[in-house]
Design a protein. Structure first.
Length: 121
């Protein structure tokens, strides 16, 4: 996914439905987001169409079936890179330090982080 096709928060809500449940008809996505957020059907269909235009969703027939073309992990990576660049001057260690400084971590979480760091070396 290219920079100019960045997904906005509302579009990520649509994508989350597909990432959680797999391929869905647009009608089911609209029902789900109406129940969860209160969006009307037209809002959801507009957002689905934007995601299609950005290359994030493929539409097939019958029933306006939607299929995610980008993985959640890909979006997470892009969003993390943008956060690091924008807020932490491109320094991942500053983000890491900020995260560690804000919350008490369990011994298990600390071990997971150590393992991740060890694997990077």
């Amino acid at each position: 996914m290219e920079k100019e096709s960045k997904l906005f928060d509302s579009e990520l809500k649509v994508m989350s439905c597909l990432w959680e449940e797999g391929d869905l008809p647009a009608k089911r996505i609209a029902e789900k987001l109406t129940a969860e957020i209160g969006w009307n059907k037209n809002t959801t269909y507009t957002l689905i169409k934007r995601c299609i235009k950005k290359g994030a969703i493929a539409r097939t027939e019958p029933n306006f079936m939607c299929h995610a073309l980008i993985a959640k992990e890909e979006v997470q990576e892009l969003e993390t890179d943008e956060l690091i660049d924008k807020i932490y001057d491109g320094c991942a260690d500053k983000l890491f330090a900020a995260l560690l400084g804000r919350k008490k971590l369990s011994a298990e979480q600390v071990q997971k982080l150590k393992k991740i760091v060890d694997e990077l070396e």
